[in-house]
Structure formats: C-alpha cells, structure tokens
Design a protein around this ligand. Structure first.
Ligand code: ZN
Length: 311
C-alpha cells in the first residue's frame, strides 16, 4: 500500500491579513499552528501551517497571507471548497460557535447521505464541516475552547470545479489510484482505498462557470500524499509519461514536493511524509518559533522586520 497516493497531504490557500487568518484557524476553529515559516519564494510573506497535534498529512491547511492582495474569486480550474470531518452530532455545536464569532454560515445540508455545514473564513474561503458516515478516528488537536469531542479530525475531502471533469478524472483514476464512488447531479465523488481518511476528491462539472481569480479567499493548490520521495519519483515518471509538465523534486524542509498543473487547470502537488514538522522543532513546541529555510537564516533580522507583528 505504501507505494500509492495516500489521499490529501495538505491544501494551500491565500489570505489577506496574517493576524486575522491566524486567529480564525487557531482560536475559532481550534486548529494547531504546527509551523510558522515564510513563503520560500517570497520570504517577506508568512507561510502558516494549521493541523492536528503532529501536523499529520491529511490535516494540514496552509496559508500565504499576502497583506493587501484583495479578494479573489473561486471558479473553474480551482479547488473551490475544503471539507473537514467532524464528529457525529457536532454540527450544532459548530453552528453556535461560528455564529457567536459572526462567521457567515449557510444552511445545513446533505451530500452523499452525509450531513454538512457550510461556512466561510474571514477572507471568504469556502469551508464545510461534514459528519462522515464512517466516524473519523484520527486524534484531533484539542484546545480549551474546542474540546476533543467536537474538534475537527482533519480533511474529509476537497471539491475541484471544472468545465469538463474527464481529463482530471483520468489523472485521479489512471495515475493516482482513485475510483468513482458516486454521482449526485454534477458532483462526481472519487475515493482511494489506499487510506481511510482525507481520501475523497469531488469533481464538480460546471461547463458555464467562470474561471477563478487567485487572491485572498481562494485555494492555491492541493497536495497529494506519498510515503516518501522514492514513491514520489515513481509518480513523477508516470505523470511525465502521460505528457504533462512536472517540476523537479523541491525541498520544502518539512516534505519534498513536485508540482504539475492537471488538465482541468488545478495546480496539483505530490508531497512526502518525510521528514515531517518535527525536523526543526520538538512536538511540544511546534509552531512556536519563526522557522526559516537555511538560505534565509542569514537574513533573519531583515525578514523579521518586514513580516507583520503577530500577537
Ligand atoms: Zn503545497
């Protein structure tokens, strides 16, 4: 099984104000800040990683908070919704909590016979909490405000909006080992049996929808999980053989990455479990220090002056 795609590794989205983003995910949603670093291609911008206690792949939502970037627009060629799994019976708690923080919340609904609650983060990023039919047994991060019995377990799925799903579906089924599980209207649910959680991708076919515009409140890319960089390079060969352009292996300090744009326009990444977030901080202290990749360490003073102050 370990030579397969193991569901989602992380999802990366764009925010505007860093403090507002940090407060929403850690305080309102009760996620752990597992790493505070900078955008490796733009070190004057933070890169936040939110997840469970260990930052287990499949729980990690990351942000580039670009102050003043302005509102983006979700649309065709993007991941347009992120779904977290929450415990059965917790949606009422979450509705009350989100409303108490004046978070825009939609109507509860049902999709593939699972109840969900849609809402948006302060930048307008679309999120949902889903009560999966099969309870998600992953260990959550618990805070004094969000106890373990209601805390989000990590990703349930993500939705990609596409003009035509076929070419994207083919990547999922023929290369990544997913299969079509079910269809509801224009929503096609794909699942991999290689892992039990964060293993669902929904493709939403919207032939007339407008393209998205990447800025605050939109997703930048989605990363699929592999055990290590040996498995990763096998996938690189298969993606190249399918005629797609793919980057060389890039060291992201906490994982190795490959990027390619799938035919429907969504930026895909393949990311490894190794070496993980404890490579430069002990588990108990994850997220407490500003971590810089070694090429930027000599410029730490300058970078710290440029980055917004966080409380
Ligand atoms: Zn990524």
């Amino acid at each position: 099984m370990s030579d397969q795609i193991l569901g989602l590794h992380h999802i990366t989205a764009i925010a505007d104000n860093a403090q507002r983003n940090l407060d929403f995910y850690t305080k309102v949603l009760g996620q752990r800040l597992v790493k505070k670093t900078v955008n490796f291609d733009d070190p004057g911008t933070y890169h936040f990683y939110f997840g469970n206690e260990e930052g287990t792949p499949g729980t990690i939502l990351t942000f580039f908070p670009w102050e003043g970037i302005g509102q983006g627009r979700s649309g065709v060629g993007m991941a347009t919704e992120i779904a977290y799994a929450v415990p059965a019976g917790s949606l009422g708690y979450w509705r009350d909590r989100l409303q108490a923080f004046k978070v825009p919340v939609g109507e509860n609904s049902t999709r593939f016979s699972e109840n969900y609650l849609p809402f948006a983060d302060p930048d307008g990023l679309k999120l949902v909490f889903i009560e999966p039919e099969d309870p998600d047994t992953r260990n959550p991060w618990a805070t004094s405000d969000v106890p373990a019995e209601v805390a989000a377990r990590g990703f349930h799925s993500t939705t990609l909006t596409l003009r035509d799903i076929n070419a994207t579906a083919k990547i999922l089924t023929d290369i990544f080992g997913y299969r079509l599980l079910a269809q509801e209207g224009n929503r096609y649910r794909f699942v991999t049996d290689a892992i039990a959680t964060a293993n669902v991708i929904d493709l939403l076919e919207a032939p007339d929808a407008s393209p998205g515009r990447g800025a605050a409140g939109t997703n930048h890319h989605i990363a699929f999980r592999v055990a290590d960089d040996k498995v990763q390079m096998n996938f690189r060969e298969r993606i190249e053989a399918a005629g797609l352009q793919i980057t060389p292996k890039i060291d992201r300090d906490y994982f190795f990455s490959l990027y390619f744009r799938e035919p429907g326009g969504v930026l895909f990444e393949i990311a490894t479990d190794n070496p993980g977030f404890t490579v430069d901080e002990p588990l108990a202290e994850l997220g407490s220090g500003l971590k810089l990749p070694k090429q930027y360490e000599p410029a730490r003073d300058k970078i710290e002056k440029v980055l917004p102050t966080l409380h």
